[in-house]
Design a protein around this ligand. Structure first.
Ligand SMILES: Cc1cc2nc3c(=O)[nH]c(=O)nc-3n(C[C@H](O)[C@H](O)[C@H](O)COP(=O)(O)O)c2cc1C
Length: 174
């Protein structure tokens, strides 16, 4: 069982995956196992309902097998990426209901992806998922990482340990 992190940038040169990798390392440092789905590296068709493509069935299985899900979205036009919304559309109530879900927004601008976080929160609570706060926001992503591979942003430094502790609590690892 592990924490499944989903990087919601569809761009192979995107920065969201870097933030996801840093977060995954911090979770592992706290003793948690992690795995990552990088949507920029996945081939998936536009959601059209049935038949559900094999890749989405695989996503559903991986979410169901996880202890918790972390969704990371870049801020695109003031909201979440189409890729992360598509990922969520491919899931069902069965994957999200009662599951602890962490949320992280990533932006080039100063808002740190707070708007995609709010949108993801709305979707996750609609599916009865348990959002684990604090939600995380990485602003100015191009300058976001320090030499040791940590987050430079002060509020990330402050809130990340709290998030990790609450995630551990939510999955009963503490
Ligand atoms: C279609 C598109 C829309 C974007 N809209 C915003 C925005 O509204 N606010 C912002 O701060 N950055 C915006 N950005 C910049 C992204 O936040 C930036 O590329 C960041 O690195 C996260 O996305 P990435 O993982 O795809 O790189 C936008 C980028 C794209 C490609």
């Amino acid at each position: 069982m592990s924490i499944l992190l989903v990087s919601g940038s569809p761009r192979p040169t995107g920065h969201t995956i870097s933030a996801v990798r840093v977060l995954a390392r911090q979770l592992e440092a706290a003793g948690l196992e992690t795995e990552i789905i990088d949507l920029a590296a996945e081939e998936f068709p536009v959601f059209r309902g049935e038949p559900v493509p094999a890749i989405a069935l695989e996503w559903r299985e991986r979410v169901r097998a996880s202890e918790a899900l972390i969704l990371a979205s870049p801020e695109y036009h003031g909201g979440m990426s189409g890729a992360i919304k598509m990922f969520l559309d491919y899931l069902t109530f069965d994957e999200i209901r009662d599951r602890p879900v962490g949320l992280m927004g990533v932006s080039q601008g100063p808002l740190g992806g707070t708007r995609p976080v709010l949108q993801m929160q709305q979707v996750v609570t609609t599916l009865w998922g348990r959002v684990v706060g604090p939600t995380l926001a990485v602003p100015n992503v191009k300058e976001a990482f320090d030499e040791s591979g940590g987050f430079r942003d002060e509020s990330m430094q402050r809130f990340l340990p709290i998030f990790v502790a609450r995630l551990q609590e939510a999955i009963g690892a503490k």
